[in-house]
Ligand binder design. Structure first.
Ligand code: ATP
Ligand code: MG
Length: 154
């Protein structure tokens, strides 16, 4: 079934605004004033994907930071949704294992955030169940970008 990804992103922002504001993090969306972008997929499960990615961006983001979500049209009837933060970033050595269940980057003591290490495993599982792809790019100390593709409807 199809749904409006613009509307879904705005809903997730509404749900996470409080959490972000506690760290003085601003959530921005490049399509805030755009009309709808219809995509195929399971809206509830894709809400979980966006939520997990944005919660991570808040958790591992720095105080007074910014999280940017964007939706870009690709060729072949696809869109790519990106969640970009300017937080602590991830060292290269950890990138290949990030999507494993229970995998967490642990820098002995420096990490005060709790978590089970399941969020990204769930994200990958849902995206791949849609036959789509998930990507990560990160620079340690600078920030991270997680992105995933979806198929455009009509
Ligand atoms: P859970 O999501 O289950 O509560 P978690 O956040 O630790 O726990 P994942 O969401 O799977 O687990 O993320 C795995 C690890 O990847 C995190 O522990 C963190 O070290 C790293 N990570 C994930 N997202 C980011 C990000 N945006 N910036 C920096 N590190 C990140
Ligand atoms: Mg998480």
């Amino acid at each position: 079934t199809d749904f409006d990804i613009v509307k879904l992103i705005k809903n997730v922002f509404d749900l996470l605004e409080m959490k972000a504001s506690k760290k003085h993090i601003v959530l921005t969306f490049d399509k805030e004033y755009a009309s709808q972008v219809l995509v195929y997929g399971d809206e509830e499960r894709l809400q979980q994907v966006l939520t997990n990615l944005i919660v991570n961006a808040i958790k591992y983001g720095k105080k007074d930071g910014t999280i940017e979500v964007s939706v870009e049209h690709l060729i072949k009837n696809k869109v790519i949704v990106r969640v970009t933060d300017n937080g602590e970033g991830i060292e290269k050595e950890h990138i290949p294992r990030l999507f494993e269940r229970f995998y967490r980057v642990d820098k002995s003591g420096s990490r005060k955030e709790g978590g089970s290490g399941l969020g990204l495993a769930i994200v990958k599982h849902i995206v791949e169940a849609h036959n789509e792809k998930i990507y990560v790019e990160s620079q340690f100390g600078i920030g991270s970008e997680f992105s995933f593709t979806l198929e455009k409807a009509k």
